[in-house]
Design a protein around this ligand. Structure first.
Ligand SMILES: *Cc1c(COP(=O)(O)O)cnc(C)c1O
Length: 220
């Protein structure tokens, strides 16, 4: 068995069935993705829209493609025909554009709102207050070709486990509180190669794992 298959199966045994595994394949060649596909993986996450669109064209059509990276409004059109879930939505303007492009293709596109949990300045994401305002907004509710299914968050890149735990706890508490008001919120996308076990302790329903499956990346 090759490494990618082995890594994938090892990871799968460490996560419960109800947690969805997104195999983060950014920067990796289609041949690597196909090894994961042949081992049964059907959900892939990419962070660049054009790269994802090229892989979508080349690969089997029963794959669910997730955009996990920051999205520029003018590029939504390149993924609108096929993307299944956009993880990092962080503005009303972007929701409106996703809705418009989804409508053109007669589709409904699933979205997560990215909540800022890391203390680092560089991380994208919305404040809890901004998220609550978006969820309550009539304008957002009127966007009939998008579905907001939950939240995504990224913890600070640090060795400090207590800090990671407190950031995951914060988004988990906010998710539970929001879900009691909006039961359609079902997905909490937290956890990467280095912190997915911690994230699962804090209620993650979806983990995004790249390097532990495909090996280290040179860039991206
Ligand atoms: C790259 C990336 C991941 C996966 O990171 P690994 O540490 O390789 O598992 C997860 N989420 C996002 C948003 C990413 O950009």
């Amino acid at each position: 068995m090759n490494n990618i298959k082995k890594n994938l199966l090892d990871i799968k045994t460490s996560i419960p069935e109800e947690v969805t595994l997104v195999a983060v394949s950014k920067t990796k060649p289609v041949s690597d993705l196909m090894q994961a596909y042949e081992a049964g993986q059907r959900i892939f996450g990419e962070n660049k829209i054009q790269e994802m669109a090229e892989k979508w064209k080349m690969m089997p059509k029963d794959i669910s493609w997730h955009m996990i990276g920051h999205v520029q409004t003018n590029k939504v059109k390149y993924m609108a025909p096929f993307v299944d879930l956009i993880h990092a939505v962080d503005s009303f303007k972007l929701l409106k554009e996703i809705n418009k492009q989804a409508k053109k293709h007669n589709r409904t596109i699933n979205c997560l709102l990215q909540v800022k949990i890391a203390q680092e300045e560089s991380k994208f994401g919305l404040s809890e207050e901004h998220v609550s305002n978006l969820l309550a907004s009539e304008e957002v509710k009127s966007l009939s070709n998008i579905r907001i299914l939950g939240f995504m968050g990224m913890a600070t890149f640090t060795e400090n486990q207590e800090q990671i735990q407190s950031e995951f706890k914060k988004i988990k508490d906010f998710f539970d509180q929001s879900k009691s008001k909006y039961p359609e919120l079902k997905i909490l996308s937290i956890g990467m190669s280095g912190d997915y076990k911690t994230a699962m302790n804090y209620g993650s329903t979806m983990v995004r794992i790249g390097s532990s499956i495909f090996g280290a990346r040179n860039y991206g």
